[in-house]
Structures are given as C-alpha cells and as structure tokens.
Design a protein around this ligand. Structure first.
Ligand SMILES: Nc1nc2c(ncn2[C@@H]2O[C@H](COP(=O)(O)OP(=O)(O)OP(=O)(O)O)[C@@H](O)[C@H]2O)c(=O)[nH]1
Length: 344
C-alpha cells in the first residue's frame, strides 16, 4: 500500500467510533482471499478479525494469513441468526481488552445474510463504540449463476451490499463480466460495483468509506422482512430466518459435511475420489490435505467446478481436514469415500 493510502486510512479511522466492515458473499466467492489482501496491506492500522464458518470444523483459521492482528473464530452456529449474541460479546471483549483497536472486520459464512449481522451491531450497546462502515459483498464472476441467485441469501447479499466486488475477473471474458453486471443491476439498480482479481483493490476504496447508512436501516429492514415473508414465511429471532437447522448443519437447502483424520491420504486414492466420486452437487469444498507421498501441506479448494490445490509448509501438526458444501449431499457416502482415501 502506498503512503497516501495509509495516511488516508489513518486519518479516517481516527474518528471516535471504531469502524466495522462486514465481508459478505456467496460460497467460495473470495472473502478469505480479500481478507488476506486487507491484512497484508493494512499497515499501521490495528485490525481485529472475526470469522464465522459454515461446517463443523473451521478451515478458515488455517487459510487466513498469520499476522499480529487478533483473529476470533465464531463457531457453533450461524452469525446471522443463532450466534449474534456471541458476536456482540466477542466485539465488546475486543474493544475492552485492546484500547488501541482501529478497525474491525467481520467475515461471514457464504450462507449468511449480512443484514441481520448489521442489525445485531446497530441494535446493541456497540452502537456507541462502533460505526458500521460498509457491507462489502463479493461476487464470484465465474460462478454467479442460478445457484446463488435462486437462494434468497445470495440475493440478500447483493441487495444489502454497499459495495459489490465482482471478483475472479481473470477467469471470465469481458462479455461475461458485462452480463453479470447487468444481472446485478437487475437486482439492485444503483449499485457501486468494483471489479477485482483475488480481491486486489486499493484499500481506500474498501475501508473507511462510510457507505452504510444507518438511517436507511428501517427502510432496509422492512424490505427484508417483506421478501422473507414471501419466500419462507417463517422468520425467527429478528425476523431473519433462513431455513437453518444446526442439528444437521443445514442452511436453506445447503448441507455441510466435515471430515478430519490424523492419518495421511494416498495421493492416488484422493485423485480417484476427485476424478470419479466427487459429485457435481458439491458446490464448495475446502481443506488442508496431507499425502503420504508429500512433505508439503496442500490447500484444496473447489468453487463451482474449479478445483485448485496449492502447497505450503506444515506447522507443527499434520492432519487432513475437509469440508464439503452442497445441496442433497450423501453424507455417509462422502465420509466412506474419504475414509477409503486414507493410506493404509
Ligand atoms: N482465479 C482466481 N481465483 C480466486 C480469486 N479469488 C479467490 N480465488 C480462489 O477461489 C477459491 C475460494 O476463495 P476463498 O477466498 O476461500 O473464498 P471464500 O468466499 O472465503 O469461501 P467460503 O468462506 O468457503 O465461502 C480459492 O481457491 C481462491 O484462491 C480470483 O480473483 N481469481
């Protein structure tokens, strides 16, 4: 980050209340990638990060770059309905313990509606100490299709995003980009859209932009309730239910399946799993992989149809951790197929 951007940010966060940015966006759209971009470039600004994930095991704490910044994982529930109390408590604690805190970033799950998160912040005592700066919604330019659009959460993320970051522009043509922008404008007419590759955007366009308008919240709230009544007719809590069942890790029609083992996989067997057994109904997967043939730690991502495996160094402990998210997943079958990948 250049000096002027850094100064600009510093000046803008010197206001009394600590700014909060909510990073939203559908499964695999690039939220963690953007967060890493921010943490790498946000020099001199003391930032705390809160991360919420869908799935029994949290992979993101393994994927977010290690910095001196405080990172809190909000687990055991969905940030937009069941654990909003935990969110408020965590932020209060952060502010009380760290008097020098400049900025707070919340990364929601890909299946969270950002509005109830905003409402939670504004409806609590945090109102006096914090300021909701903006909701940034990542859009996956390659995978912004019917799956995201059919889900009311995907639409809410677009509607309530103060900035839409059209990400993964390297994977599509200019024509595709224009088509996606048209679709987004159909959902939200006067929207601010930025294009990016790997979330790489100057930070002064994203942070301390003061785009969230608290005065509009009542208006937004009534629009939101209205749409939910029509789609589900079953709001809960603040009236923001989204078909969520924690017992079986299901949100709307999406189910998550988590797997972990302290034994290494056979590379050949895992390759067979990817080529022949992994079903197209898996919309998103991510994990840390350990193969007996390799000394490296492999980070695995599947977003839409695209698979990537990158390698890095192991820390102290080696293991395999994977999360699969999709509609109509056969949990028993996936777990048994993954068990069969273990090198025995
Ligand atoms: N080619 C390309 N890949 C990207 C870009 N942004 C992110 N990715 C890749 O997309 C995959 C998903 O990115 P994440 O940042 O983990 O997405 P996320 O939104 O945090 O995912 P969830 O929290 O699981 O919903 C990873 O393999 C990233 O490296 C981009 O602009 N271009």
């Amino acid at each position: 980050m250049n000096a002027s951007v850094s100064n600009l940010n510093k000046n803008m966060v010197s206001k009394k209340n600590i700014p909060i940015t909510i990073i939203s966006g559908f499964l695999g759209s690039g939220k963690t990638t953007l967060l890493n971009h921010i943490l790498t470039n946000q020099q001199g600004i003391k930032t705390a990060v809160l991360v919420n994930e869908f799935g029994e095991i949290g992979i993101d704490n393994e994927l977010i770059i290690k910095t001196e910044e405080e990172m809190i994982e909000l687990s055991n529930g969905c940030i937009c309905c069941s654990i909003n109390g935990e969110l408020v408590e965590a932020i209060e604690k952060l502010i009380n313990v760290n008097k020098k805190l400049d900025y707070i970033i919340i990364e929601t799950t890909g299946l969270a509606d950002p509005l109830p998160v905003a409402m939670t912040l504004l409806g609590s005592d945090l109102r006096d100490q914090t300021r909701l700066d903006s909701i940034i919604t990542l859009i996956d330019a390659e995978n912004f299709n019917d799956v995201a659009l059919e889900s009311s959460i995907g639409r809410s993320q677009v509607i309530y995003g103060d900035i839409l970051l059209l990400n993964k522009c390297d994977l599509v043509t200019n024509k595709n980009i224009e088509e996606t922008i048209d679709k987004l404008k159909e959902i939200k007419n006067d929207v601010r859209i930025l294009k990016s590759i790997k979330g790489n955007i100057p930070l002064n366009l994203l942070l301390s932009v003061g785009l969230f308008e608290t005065d509009l919240i009542n208006q937004k709230e009534s629009v939101h309730d209205h749409s939910h009544e029509h789609k589900h007719g079953h709001g809960h809590g603040h009236g923001h239910g989204h078909g969520h069942s924690e017992e079986d890790n299901r949100i709307e029609d999406f189910l998550s399946v988590s797997f972990q083992t302290k034994e290494p996989f056979s590379l050949r067997k895992f390759q067979y799993f990817l080529d022949n057994q992994l079903k197209s109904d898996v919309f998103r997967a991510k994990g840390i992989l350990w193969f007996s043939e390799s000394e490296r730690r492999h980070v695995f991502h599947l977003a839409g149809k695209r698979i990537s495996i990158e390698d890095s160094e192991w820390g102290e402990e080696r293991n395999n951790q994977l999360v699969f998210i999709g509609k109509e997943l056969d949990k028993t079958k996936i777990l048994s197929q993954l068990n069969a990948c273990i090198d025995k």
